[in-house]
Design a protein around this ligand. Structure first.
Ligand SMILES: O=P(O)(O)O[C@H]1O[C@H](CO)[C@@H](O)[C@H]1O
Ligand SMILES: O=c1cc[nH]c(=O)[nH]1
Length: 260
């Protein structure tokens, strides 16, 4: 730590004011972190833009202080950011992400609330054994579902495949190199039959860190690709999916009460 600021996130406890936040919304994309801060928070303060890991401090309409932070893409980057967020006092993290659906009944524009992850991530193995469960906090997951119900957002609850790569690991052939390892060829169909809902790239490691380090974690992702139809991201519907995920996460943060 230099100047009381953590090396990667670029801020420290002293930057968080007299009522420091304990809840963070964590987006992969810095533009999403900014959008959350600008659209839903008052008295917003930019804490850092170090390495594109933008963090904003602001206040929700009920007076609760909230951090809107950026994980970057993939579990190694997320693990660094989360580690430092816990050190500055964050105790509850909602990942607000995007994902690709692998089930016909989970359309683009809807959201997936993850209750557990199939964690195929190297970074997670530095935190706990591979067999260690990657489970979301059950209370936070119920709170996310209730928020989605109240907002009438089309939502799906289930298992997410959280993997290290967007192309190879998610069985994309429209890629720099069409050859896929035999172990990955057909993996999406296998996951579909295992009732896995979607692919993304961070929540498995987040959940393992939460159970090991002792904080609450949940995940809500907007669906931006439908892998039963094609490999591409449907950019025209991305903002609907992202807005749905953000609204559900913000509402959850707003109404969150620690269970007795
Ligand atoms: O939109 P974000 O939160 O970055 O999430 C998803 O998008 C990225 C890949 O396009 C990965 O980080 C994946 O998990
Ligand atoms: O298909 C997708 C879309 C977003 N993010 C992913 O990881 N996969």
């Amino acid at each position: 730590m230099a100047n009381n600021k953590y090396y990667h996130i670029g801020f420290g406890i002293e930057d968080l004011g007299k009522s420091p936040p304990t809840i963070a919304l964590l987006s992969g994309d810095p533009q999403r972190s900014q959008l959350i801060a600008q659209s839903y928070l008052q008295s917003v303060r930019l804490l850092s833009e170090n390495r594109g890991l933008n963090s904003y401090l602001g206040i929700l309409p009920n007076g609760r202080v909230l951090l809107s932070a950026t994980s970057g893409m993939g579990a190694p980057s997320l693990s660094i950011v989360v580690n430092e967020l816990i050190q500055v006092g964050i105790r509850l993290i909602i990942r607000v992400g995007t994902c690709g659906s692998i089930q016909e009944h989970v359309p683009v524009g809807s959201i997936v609330i993850t209750n557990a992850a199939l964690c195929r991530q190297g970074a997670a193995n530095d935190i706990a054994p591979v067999e260690y469960p990657a489970a979301a906090d059950p209370f936070l997951t119920v709170a996310l579902v209730k928020a989605a119900q109240a907002l009438k957002v089309n939502h799906h609850v289930g298992i997410t495949a959280s993997v290290d790569t967007f192309y190879e690991g998610q069985e994309r052939r429209d890629s720099a190199h069409p050859y896929l390892l035999r172990s990955l060829s057909g993996i999406t169909e296998e996951y579909r039959r295992l009732n896995i809902l979607n692919y993304e790239m961070e929540c498995g490691t987040l959940f393992k860190m939460a159970s090991v380090y002792g904080f609450r974690a949940g995940c809500v992702c907007g669906v931006v690709a439908q892998r039963t139809v094609g490999e591409e991201v449907i950019v025209e519907q991305k903002s609907i999916a992202v807005d749905n995920a953000i609204q559900v996460a913000v509402q959850t943060a707003l109404q969150w009460e620690e269970p007795m």
